[in-house]
Design a protein around this ligand. Structure first.
Ligand code: ADP
Ligand code: MG
Ligand code: ZN
Length: 600
């Protein structure tokens, strides 16, 4: 805005400068005497004049003695008339060599300039004011416009920037082909897909991949988020969709990317209140636009969601988003690759082993990993370090996992002791039970909301969890509770979160995974979701009252058995418990290797 005004000013100044130059130029040259008409008449009468050149209202006079003079007459009166009015004899006039020259440039400019300058000024002012008004009201003025952002062409994202996700990249490679060489497919009689749905948990790189696809195909990328369609006023969403597709068709070949499409693409007719009307209209419009593509429209719609289960089936029909690309959470190899990409511009110490970081971060998404390295960089910069060392990286794993350390959260000696026994309980059971995930770290430093924490991680990434894994992990969860009960005779509030997680595990085993012998291989309960809260707000019961009672009993059984296992393990290993507690109280934290040595 300011820039435009400045440009305008500069333009104006240059213009004025040129004008002045012109007029100066025109007046420069030899010294020309300006004379009056009367003087001219006198000279003519004396036969001193050789020729007169008329340029508009100016007269250039050449005398017989070769000197030059200038004079002016009225614009609309021909020179002949003027001389006649001055009673110059006709023969004297005939002897004169009168010619008509071009009107002088500066003359015109100088006459017009006084009109142009104020006009320009006023136009400029009005234009400037309009811009300002628009700035204030721009929201209102662009209401029905899509607001889609075209990605910056300079920052090219390509598949190289996306680590792992091999299958997803292969699928999208095909889309790149379609965009680059559509004719190849059309001559085969193939229909080019219109829509591709990217499915994956948050932070797995869906947005990144969509961007990379456009970067690979070197086509424009229209980016809009599903929630941008949902406005306060009905009909805005639909008109934004129309606008977006219109723009995209003009820019074809290109990619439209609708992020978080579940915001508009939820099942129609399932909403409460009035707001679903708007969403339905928007969704319908998207479907209509996509159906309107013919084979020559080289526009491909990519959409991303982490909730494919709530999408309207109409979206997934052939000819719409019939291609689906699933992006999984990265496995250990991919995690290392992602870490490598994000470590590129960061000065990591040599002792940082990204492989170990990858090992310690099962379940982390690409975004979590990027965040982890960023946290480490921030922490190192804050401590005025030159490089990022191993400690900073490992510490930020826990920061991302559990929240930051709360050194100010000081426990009393008694609380410290209880926490030490509690965490030692978890750690001991994780160590002793063969099916439990091994211990990576035990600490009684408070982090986030936990007073202490024990990190135990699977040896390798697991895609499936078996019955015995659940049983072992419940025992580990109850280890803290069992330790408090065994050593202090009572429990504290510190075990509450452990109990919740153990109960939830037991419930899932019984109601979702069919792992309970008494209840058999079936599921219990159907989850209904409220469309726009996106949460399960109630569970539909599809079983009898009697079964409900059995479910409760079975859940209690699992938790009780886990507690028994934990208590027995602790009683059998009291010496080991004491060892762990002593080190914890002394050092507050035990790392994996030290822990294993301690219990060997
Ligand atoms: P989503 O859209 O799936 O929620 P994003 O694409 O926004 O996730 O990813 C967030 C960030 O996480 C990206 O900007 C990138 O820095 C990082 N990231 C995620 N996945 C990867 C990956 N496979 N390779 C490299 N970086 C990744
Ligand atoms: Mg995203
Ligand atoms: Zn605990």
């Amino acid at each position: 805005m300011k820039n435009i005004f400045k440009n305008f000013l500069i333009f104006f100044l240059i213009f004025a400068a040129i004008m002045t130059a012109f007029s100066l130029f025109d007046n420069s040259g030899e010294d020309i005497e300006n004379i009056s008409i009367a003087k001219l008449v006198q000279e003519i009468n004396n036969e001193e004049v050789q020729s007169i050149t008329v340029k508009g209202n100016e007269l250039d006079i050449l005398l017989k003695n070769e000197s030059k003079q200038a004079s002016k007459k009225e614009i609309n009166e021909p020179l002949g008339e003027v001389l006649k009015n001055y009673n110059v004899p006709a023969d004297k006039v005939n002897n004169l060599d009168i010619s008509i020259g071009d009107e002088p440039n500066s003359g015109i400019l100088l006459t017009v300039l006084p009109f142009i300058i104020p006009a320009l000024f006023i136009i400029g002012l009005i234009w400037f004011m309009m811009r300002q008004v628009q700035g204030v009201n721009s929201k209102a003025m662009t209401f029905g416009q899509s607001g889609a952002k075209i990605a910056d062409q300079k920052i090219k994202t390509t598949f190289k920037d996306v680590a792992g996700a091999k299958e997803a990249k292969e699928d999208l490679e095909e889309i790149v082909e379609f965009l680059k060489h559509p004719q190849k497919f059309i001559t085969m009689g193939a229909k080019i897909p219109k829509g591709v749905l990217l499915l994956g948990s948050p932070g797995t790189g869906k947005t990144l991949l969509a961007r990379a696809t456009s970067g690979e195909a070197k086509v424009p990328f229209f980016h809009i988020s599903g929630s941008e369609f949902v406005e306060m006023f009905v009909g805005v969403g639909a008109s934004r969709v129309r606008d977006l597709f219109k723009k995209a068709k003009k820019a074809s070949p290109c990619i439209i990317f609708i992020d978080e499409i579940d915001a508009v693409g939820r099942q129609r007719g399932a909403g409460l209140g009035g707001s679903h009307d708007e969403r339905e209209q928007t969704l319908n419009q998207i479907l209509v636009e996509m159906d309107g593509f013919d084979n020559q429209t080289n526009v491909i719609v990519l959409a991303a969601t982490n909730r494919p289960d709530v999408l309207d089936p109409a979206l997934l029909r052939p000819g719409r988003f019939d291609r689906q690309v699933v992006i999984d959470l990265p496995d250990i190899k991919d995690r290392e690759a992602i870490l490598k990409i994000h470590a590129q511009k960061k000065p990591l110490d040599k002792d940082v082993d990204l492989k170990i970081v990858a090992q310690r971060t099962p379940g982390f998404s690409g975004a979590d990993l990027a965040n982890l390295l960023n946290e480490a960089a921030i922490m190192s910069a804050r401590d005025n370090k030159k490089t990022i060392n191993n400690l900073a990286v490992l510490d930020s794993i826990e920061r991302v996992l559990l929240g930051r350390e709360r050194k100010s959260h000081i426990l009393s000696d008694e609380e410290k002791k209880i926490t030490a026994y509690h965490e030692a309980g978890h750690a001991l059971i994780a160590h002793v039970l063969p099916k439990a995930d091994p211990v990576h770290k035990v600490s009684i430093i408070s982090r986030g909301r936990a007073a202490g924490y024990t990190i135990n991680l699977p040896k390798e990434d697991k895609k499936m969890t078996a019955y015995s894994d659940f049983i072992a992990s419940m025992a580990v969860l109850l280890g803290g509770y069992a330790a408090e009960k065994t050593f202090f005779g009572e429990v504290t509030t510190g075990a509450s979160n452990d109990l919740q997680r153990a109960t939830a595990t037991a419930r899932k085993m019984v109601t979702q995974f069919g792992m309970d012998e008494k209840l058999g291989p079936r599921t219990f309960g159907q989850k209904d979701e409220m469309p726009f809260l996106g949460k399960e707000i109630h569970e539909r019961r599809d079983y009898s009252e009697k079964t409900a009672q059995t479910i409760d009993e079975e859940i209690s059984n699992y938790v009780d058995n886990a507690l028994k296992t934990a208590e027995k393990t602790i009683k059998d290993n009291k010496d080991k418990m004491e060892k762990i507690v002593a080190v914890l109280i002394d050092k507050e934290t035990i790392e994996k290797d030290e822990f294993n040595k301690l219990l060997a």
